[in-house]
Write a protein that binds this ligand. Sequence first.
Ligand code: FER
Length: 251
Amino acid sequence: MYIMDDGIRLNAKIDMPSGWQEGTKVPLVIIIHGFTGHMEERHIIAAADALNQVGCATLRVDMYGHGHSDGEFRNHTLYKWLTNALTVIDYGRSLDFVTDTYLCGHSQGGMTIMLAAALKHDVIKGIIPMSPAWMIPEGARAGTLLGENFDPDHVPEELSAWNGLTLKGNYVRVAQTIHVEEAIDRYTGPVLITHGDEDEAVPVSYGIEAARRYQNAELKLIPGDDHCYDKHLEMVTDAIRDWMTRQLRSC
Ligand code: FER
């Protein structure tokens, strides 16, 4: 299924909670993958399954230039992802079976939902940033991203991303304008942050600092784990189930 965002098709998939009966309403969690990722990654599916098990529907989406959505990877920017997220949130809220809307995202998708939650703080009930990559704007301003150094005042036309992919300099120019601290301060709803303490792509200090800065956050550090939770994914899904169960009880 596709969600249209201004002529761009975003590949999306809804999974209903276990035991859902037609005609009943449930909370919806929108789930967004990371940079070079897609909605069928192991850790994205695991998050969706965990949420389905505790009574939430999930809406997984491939962002612009990723997975089976339209757009070229090299043309993607955080603005494109953010406007995709706003469109997907509006779509999710319009579904007739949906009560509350939550956001979950991994890495660059984690930063995207942090920004989207700030813009839509009055309609987003809670958020789950997993290994949130909110060092990207700082790296773009400092001239160090993707393991490469560049002059931040003369951004190259093109950067090489991993897996042989290339990325236009516009990605960097956009990232330079984004201030995630302001987004954190604008969102006062409940937050669950998960982060592997041996994350090789996003330093765990970013998960720790985001959890400290949010007004209402819980932090689940995964000992010895990496960026995509290859070692202890079950600790992440346990934390998600536990946190979401408590959110659903308290309302
Ligand atoms: C980077 C490190 C990590 C970067 C992006 C990421 C664009 C994002 C990782 C992810 O979303 O999984 O230097 O630069």
